[in-house]
Design a protein around this ligand. Structure first.
Ligand code: SF4
Length: 93
């Protein structure tokens, strides 16, 4: 199967951790998911999917958790969440 443009844009998962079939499935699912990501946040998800930035992964996870609404992330009140101290879009005092 020839990869689509969206598939080509998504980086491959870490080599050696997935079989070829698993890697293709990851790419397929990420490409499909990306179509539902707001344009302004696509870069955040792509950086996270590259697998080289924990910061990007946290940012993407918090956006995921809050329906891609940065105001909701900023005002997140779930202090029990292990990511709470690290969530993006906090306003420094
Ligand atoms: S810190 Fe808040 S927004 Fe981020 S993952 Fe946890 S609950 Fe969701």
């Amino acid at each position: 199967m020839k990869p689509t443009k969206a598939t080509e844009r998504v980086k491959r998962p870490v080599k050696g951790t997935l079989s070829e079939e698993q890697a293709k499935e990851v790419l397929r699912r990420r490409s499909a998911y990306e179509r539902n990501v707001q344009a302004s946040y696509v870069g955040v998800y792509r950086r996270a999917w590259k697998g080289r930035s924990l910061r990007a992964a946290i940012n993407a996870k918090c956006l995921d958790c809050c329906c891609q609404n940065r105001i909701v992330v900023r005002n997140c009140s779930c202090v029990e969440c292990p990511l709470w101290d690290y969530r993006p879009y906090q306003v420094s005092e």
